[in-house]
Design a protein around this ligand. Structure first.
Ligand code: FES
Length: 111
Protein backbone atom coordinates (compact mmCIF):
# COMPACT_ATOMS: atom_id res chain seq x y z
CA UNK A 1 0.00 0.00 0.00
CA UNK A 2 1.12 3.58 -0.34
CA UNK A 3 2.05 6.79 1.34
CA UNK A 4 -0.79 8.75 2.94
CA UNK A 5 0.93 11.99 3.93
CA UNK A 6 3.92 13.43 5.73
CA UNK A 7 3.80 12.62 9.44
CA UNK A 8 4.68 16.20 10.33
CA UNK A 9 1.52 17.42 8.56
CA UNK A 10 -0.40 16.24 11.64
CA UNK A 11 0.37 18.50 14.57
CA UNK A 12 -0.05 17.61 18.22
CA UNK A 13 -3.73 17.47 19.13
CA UNK A 14 -4.82 17.58 15.50
CA UNK A 15 -6.90 15.23 13.40
CA UNK A 16 -7.17 15.24 9.63
CA UNK A 17 -9.25 13.34 7.17
CA UNK A 18 -7.87 11.77 4.01
CA UNK A 19 -9.27 9.91 1.07
CA UNK A 20 -7.15 6.87 0.44
CA UNK A 21 -8.34 4.98 -2.60
CA UNK A 22 -11.88 3.88 -1.76
CA UNK A 23 -11.28 4.53 1.94
CA UNK A 24 -11.90 7.54 4.10
CA UNK A 25 -9.32 7.70 6.88
CA UNK A 26 -8.64 9.92 9.85
CA UNK A 27 -5.14 10.52 11.21
CA UNK A 28 -4.78 11.90 14.70
CA UNK A 29 -1.78 12.80 16.84
CA UNK A 30 -2.12 12.86 20.60
CA UNK A 31 0.63 12.83 23.22
CA UNK A 32 3.11 12.54 20.38
CA UNK A 33 1.58 9.32 19.06
CA UNK A 34 0.01 8.96 15.65
CA UNK A 35 -3.13 6.90 15.15
CA UNK A 36 -4.96 6.10 11.93
CA UNK A 37 -8.58 4.93 11.81
CA UNK A 38 -11.13 4.26 9.16
CA UNK A 39 -13.47 7.25 9.14
CA UNK A 40 -16.52 5.09 9.60
CA UNK A 41 -18.73 5.21 12.68
CA UNK A 42 -19.66 1.74 13.94
CA UNK A 43 -23.15 3.00 14.88
CA UNK A 44 -24.63 3.49 11.42
CA UNK A 45 -21.64 2.85 9.18
CA UNK A 46 -21.24 6.42 8.00
CA UNK A 47 -18.44 8.96 8.20
CA UNK A 48 -17.80 10.58 11.56
CA UNK A 49 -17.49 14.19 10.45
CA UNK A 50 -19.69 16.76 8.75
CA UNK A 51 -16.94 19.33 8.22
CA UNK A 52 -13.46 18.67 6.89
CA UNK A 53 -11.00 17.74 9.65
CA UNK A 54 -13.59 18.23 12.43
CA UNK A 55 -13.19 15.08 14.48
CA UNK A 56 -12.78 16.20 18.08
CA UNK A 57 -15.26 16.83 20.85
CA UNK A 58 -15.35 20.29 22.41
CA UNK A 59 -12.66 19.41 24.96
CA UNK A 60 -10.50 17.94 22.20
CA UNK A 61 -10.07 14.84 24.29
CA UNK A 62 -12.07 12.33 22.29
CA UNK A 63 -12.84 11.75 18.65
CA UNK A 64 -16.52 12.42 18.23
CA UNK A 65 -19.05 11.31 15.67
CA UNK A 66 -20.93 14.38 14.46
CA UNK A 67 -24.02 12.31 13.69
CA UNK A 68 -25.14 11.23 17.17
CA UNK A 69 -22.23 12.29 19.37
CA UNK A 70 -20.48 9.00 20.07
CA UNK A 71 -17.09 9.52 21.74
CA UNK A 72 -14.04 7.43 20.88
CA UNK A 73 -10.75 7.21 22.72
CA UNK A 74 -7.98 8.63 20.60
CA UNK A 75 -5.42 5.96 21.41
CA UNK A 76 -7.61 2.86 21.11
CA UNK A 77 -10.60 3.91 18.98
CA UNK A 78 -12.90 2.42 21.63
CA UNK A 79 -16.31 4.01 21.88
CA UNK A 80 -16.81 5.06 25.50
CA UNK A 81 -20.09 6.96 25.18
CA UNK A 82 -22.95 7.00 22.72
CA UNK A 83 -25.09 4.57 20.75
CA UNK A 84 -22.15 2.35 19.78
CA UNK A 85 -20.55 2.20 23.24
CA UNK A 86 -18.44 -0.95 23.47
CA UNK A 87 -17.72 -0.96 19.75
CA UNK A 88 -14.67 0.72 18.22
CA UNK A 89 -13.28 2.52 15.24
CA UNK A 90 -11.29 0.28 12.95
CA UNK A 91 -7.53 0.73 13.25
CA UNK A 92 -5.49 1.14 10.12
CA UNK A 93 -2.06 -0.47 10.02
CA UNK A 94 0.67 2.01 9.16
CA UNK A 95 4.31 2.76 9.60
CA UNK A 96 6.34 5.96 9.43
CA UNK A 97 9.18 5.76 6.92
CA UNK A 98 11.44 8.68 6.18
CA UNK A 99 8.83 10.99 7.67
CA UNK A 100 5.98 9.60 5.56
CA UNK A 101 2.96 7.75 6.90
CA UNK A 102 2.78 4.57 4.85
CA UNK A 103 -0.44 2.59 5.01
CA UNK A 104 0.07 -1.14 5.55
CA UNK A 105 -3.49 -2.44 5.80
CA UNK A 106 -7.00 -1.05 5.90
CA UNK A 107 -9.63 -3.23 7.54
CA UNK A 108 -12.57 -3.86 5.25
CA UNK A 109 -16.03 -2.59 5.97
CA UNK A 110 -18.42 -4.87 7.70
CA UNK A 111 -21.51 -2.97 6.58
S1 FES B 1 -23.63 7.46 13.28
FE1 FES B 1 -22.02 7.85 14.71
S2 FES B 1 -23.04 8.00 16.62
FE2 FES B 1 -24.64 7.54 15.19
Amino acid sequence: MGILCRADEIGEGEARGFDYGEHSLVVVRMDGQLHVYVNWCPHLGIELNFQPDEFFDLDRRYLQCANHGALFEVDTGDCVLGPCKGDALRKVGFTVENGDIRILSVPTRTR
